[in-house]
Design a protein around this ligand. Structure first.
Ligand code: ARG
Length: 464
């Protein structure tokens, strides 16, 4: 056991209680953040004359060396330490002697862990944003090649009206755009520095909290209330909520990939590199990646529920319950990044069977609304037009004919308003191209939206 306390105890902690209490098994992944925070703290203590320059320099040099040794694997984090904070401080003191014992001046593990988590989450927000950006780029490529690829649009998973593949992909582009907005929003709100809040009530040392906040690039400066600072995990809840929404979007997309890839649909074929086989059925090529992404949505929601429930009813300020903020969150962070990466790989390599999609759009009376609109434009009230075309659909179903396969006589049997121009009015091309309302699938409109997406993506790439 290696811990930072013990003076007021007569007996040593029970071994199993020690292990139960320890967090080193999972907070070790925050070693970079912990060291970065400690370096900033030491710089500030030095500047304020709270510790002597010589000790501060030893501390800073020692911390940087520890980080280097951990990075290159020559130093290993072992389970005898209570947590990452104890590990770093103990190794530092072993290495540089008494100067190391000055590092924790004016600091508590409560503000230290609050800082580490914020630094860690801030970085994960950036990584998640990047992965979303990559996915958007793939979507953009698919869209720009498929402005004229017709396919059925669905409601209730029943063919509804024809759209294009570009338009359908655009719906996901928008979802990921909102996801990225949410991340930016969270990042901005959480970007305040808790270091210097101490255990809960600040300290009597003359800390310069603005200085550490600046060193650690917290644009919002230091947090305003020390009790809130050590016990705030809102940003984590917000991030997990945003991650859950990303997974919800990915699960919808996965579901469509699975359906489209099914033998019955055949809209797409998932590349061999992103498919798996069956141990018994030689013919099988399964969409396991998409299914796993859909499935993993559950554990990310679980992480959100877990932190919400952990934080419920916690009295101010820090309570050990909060150590439970890590394991499920870390798992969720990793899961979402993996899912985004794998999904993107699958998306970029899949084949779109454009002819099958177009054929499918021709079947299933997806132009029925347009047939009704044709009558409306010739003066028939919409409700009557709806009913006339409904009867034509019924007739088409019993005679196995699509609307555009009906003869003019057959059209006229329901209404003598129909004329030769009906065929043009309900052609797949017309159905899509005449849909020119802003946000609709028509080529021209979609082209303009694509230009917007292009400048959105370019701007981002330039800023990073
Ligand atoms: N391992 C703890 C956590 O993750 C660090 C803070 C410990 N603070 C304390 N007073 N025991 O929350």
């Amino acid at each position: 056991m290696a811990q930072l306390w013990g003076g007021r105890f007569n007996e040593k902690t029970d071994d199993s209680a020690y292990a139960f209490n320890a967090s080193i098994g999972f907070d070790s992944r925050m070693y970079k953040e912990d060291i970065t925070g400690s370096v900033a703290h030491a710089e500030m203590l030095k500047k304020q004359g709270i510790i002597d320059s010589e000790s501060a320099d030893l501390i800073i040099g020692g911390l940087k060396k520890i980080r280097e040794d951990l990075d290159n694997g020559s130093l290993k984090i072992t389970a005898e330490y209570e947590d990452i904070h104890s590990f770093v401080e103990s190794v530092l003191t072993e290495r540089i002697g008494d100067a190391g014992k000055k590092l924790h001046t004016g600091r508590s593990r409560n503000d230290q862990v609050a800082l580490d988590m914020k630094l860690y989450v801030r970085n994960r927000i950036k990584l998640t944003d990047r992965a979303l950006y990559e996915l958007q780029k793939s979507l953009y490529d698919i869209m720009s090649e498929n402005l004229d690829t017709y396919m059925p649009g669905f409601t209730h998973l029943q063919k509804a009206q024809p759209v294009t593949l570009a338009h359908h992909m655009g719906a996901y582009f928008e979802m990921f755009l909102r996801d990225r907005d949410r991340l930016a929003d969270i990042y901005k709100r959480m970007n305040t520095c808790p270091l210097g809040s101490g255990a809960l009530a600040g300290t009597t040392y003359g800390l310069d909290r603005q200085y550490t906040a600046d060193l650690l690039l917290f644009e919002g400066g230091p947090t305003r209330n020390s009790m809130d600072s050590v016990s705030d995990r809102d940003y984590l809840i917000e991030f997990l909520s945003a991650l859950s929404t990303i997974m919800m979007h990915l699960s919808r997309f996965s579901e469509e990939v699975i359906i489209w890839n099914s033998n019955e649909y055949g809209f797409i074929e998932i590349d061999d590199r992103y498919s798996t086989g069956s141990s018994i059925m030689p013919q099988k090529k399964n969409p396991d990646i998409a299914e796993l992404v859909r499935g993993k949505t559950g554990r990310v929601y679980g992480a959100l529920m877990s932190i919400l429930t952990t934080m419920k009813g916690i009295p101010l300020a820090y309570d050990k319950d909060m150590q439970e903020d890590k394991e499920t969150s870390f798992d969720a962070f990793d899961t979402v990044l993996d899912c985004l990466t794998q999904f993107n790989g699958m998306l970029k390599t899949m084949t779109f069977n454009k002819a099958v999609m177009e054929k499918s759009a021709r079947k299933g009376f997806t132009n029925a609304t347009d047939a009704a609109d044709y009558l409306v434009k010739k003066g028939v009230p919409f409700r009557d037009a709806h009913s006339i075309v409904g009867r034509l659909v019924l007739y088409g179903i019993s005679n196995e004919k699509a609307l555009d396969e009906l003869t003019l006589e057959e059209f006229r049997a329901e209404s003598d308003i129909f004329d030769e121009d009906i065929y043009e009015a309900i052609s797949l091309k017309t159905c899509v191209e005449k849909r020119l309302t802003y946000g609709a699938p028509g080529h021209e409109g979609m082209q303009r939206i694509l230009e917007y997406y292009k400048s959105y993506l370019d701007k981002d790439a330039a800023g990073k």
